[in-house]
Ligand binder design. Structure first.
Ligand code: GDP
Length: 424
């Protein structure tokens, strides 16, 4: 059984919480793309955890966690993240954590270049999380990156460092006029943060294939959402990897296997971190109300998120991109602040009403078309079964389900693990 949990919107939909909840029935949870540029917040009986690199299954004792080959791994960040979890009593051993030998290593100079480039762009900046993600993926495709498996062959690794440093300095020193990198600092970095991870590194594709043959249930955990996908998102304001469910078997190391199910996680309203077109964006007082109600500040960066009503056009596109068989609607409790709820049901583009998510250039010119539906305006965060939800909340779910032509099977009404209602 292979299931993917993916984001329908711009990220921060609450995927971590859903992986934490649904992983109870799974043996393995695998991250297949991205790095430590996003944060999954998980709150359960053991406390509150912010996970940047580790799969959310790490909080379950019987789940094996995999960092797949599609990921970029900041080894210093991973070491610190593992340390924070261990302090809270989470056990992390080579038995419950496996890192792909093909995963690429995010280096300090990737972070440096990310910052230097955002500073150069000044008011035209992309809104990067400055975690080095775009520079490290660029190096992957330039075939100039270091991979985790190289840590197992130090002599070969040492030989490559000089070549890479020489090449990288053409940009660091030559392009940005920054102090050059040295071979010594790169080697020391691997010794400090890379070598201690050696016991976790293996051929995770082989591991997953064998596990699948044994009948193990595997869950793939995406980071970010469809609208941040490098191909299908709001390019160039996207991430640098594929956040799409169909990529999960590739980024996990099992391109020979097919997904059985794609579960899309979709927020009951819209949020977006960073720059780029965001059609159904509220501003001023309206934005403040929704941001405060939803506590919309980035888990990885603390940045205030841009907020607005649910966007049917963007979400329908996200559902299509993710091939979502089922959808989980999260943070419905936040909409309790409203007596009436606005929903963006279409865009106006150059005087025409459109329902299909357009190409980037046209997206910049789109204006939201809102419809208003009745709110429930009472606390629903304690509801645990469908029957406890007010009629207006059920009507809102039905409205979204019909407008997006999707199958909403769960609704989340709080951050805690059990604040979730199974609808079907
Ligand atoms: P992810 O990256 O998709 O896992 O999402 P984030 O962790 O960045 O953001 C989701 C935030 O909303 C986290 O702080 C969660 O604890 C919280 N959350 C998830 N689902 C719900 C929900 O249904 N209601 C409320 N109030 N908070 C939720």
């Amino acid at each position: 059984m292979l299931t993917s949990i993916c984001g329908i919107n711009w990220g921060d939909e609450g995927k971590g919480k859903m992986v934490d909840l649904l992983s109870e029935d799974y043996d393995i949870v695998c991250r297949y793309q991205g790095g430590n540029n996003a944060g999954h917040t998980v709150i359960n009986e053991r406390g509150k955890f912010i996970l940047n690199l580790l799969p959310s299954g790490i909080l379950r004792e019987n789940v094996t966690n995999v960092l797949g080959n599609g990921m970029v791994v900041d080894i210093k960040h991973l070491t610190e993240e593992m340390g924070r979890l261990k302090e809270k009593g989470v056990s992390i051993t080579p038995k419950n954590l496996k890192i792909s030998d093909r995963a690429v290593i995010t280096m300090p100079y990737h972070v440096l270049l990310d910052c230097l480039e955002e500073e150069r762009l000044a008011d035209k900046k992309f809104g990067s999380t400055r975690r080095g993600i775009a520079p490290v993926y660029a190096d992957k495709y330039m075939k100039k990156a270091f991979r985790m498996g190289e840590l197992l062959h130090p002599e070969r690794l040492k030989a490559r460092i000089a070549d890479i440093v020489e090449w990288k300095n053409l940009t660091v020193e030559g392009g940005y006029h920054h102090a050059p990198l040295t071979v010594e600092e790169v080697w020391n970095y691997f010794e400090t943060y890379g070598m201690p991870l050696k016991e976790f590194i293996c051929d995770t594709g082989l591991y997953l294939n064998n596990a699948e043959k044994e009948g193990k249930k595997i869950m793939f955990e995406a980071q970010l959402g469809a609208l941040r996908d490098i191909d299908f998102g709001i390019y160039p304001y996207t991430s640098s990897s594929s956040t799409i469910a169909a990529y999960a078997p590739i980024g996990a190391g099992v391109p020979n296997l097919k997904l059985d199910k794609s579960i899309g996680v979709m927020k009951a309203y819209s949020t977006c971190v960073g720059e780029g077109p965001f059609t159904s964006e509220y501003d001023g007082e309206k934005a403040e109300v929704l941001r405060a109600a939803g506590g919309e500040y980035g888990a990885a960066t603390g940045r205030p998120r841009r907020v607005g009503p649910f966007d049917v056009v963007a979400s329908s596109y996200g559902i299509r991109c993710q091939g979502a068989d089922e959808v989980v609607l999260t943070k419905l409790d936040i909409l309790s602040v409203y007596e009436e709820i606005e929903v963006c049901t279409a865009y106006e583009l150059d005087g025409k009403i459109i329902h299909d998510f357009p190409f980037s250039d046209a997206l910049d010119r789109c204006k939201p078309v809102y419809e208003t539906v009745k709110g429930w305006h009472c606390d629903i965060s304690k509801c645990r079964v469908k029957e406890e939800l007010p009629k207006e909340a059920l009507d809102y779910i039905a409205f979204i389900e019909k407008a997006c032509d999707c199958n909403i099977t769960y609704v989340a009404v709080g951050a805690e693990r059990d604040a979730c209602i199974k609808l079907k």
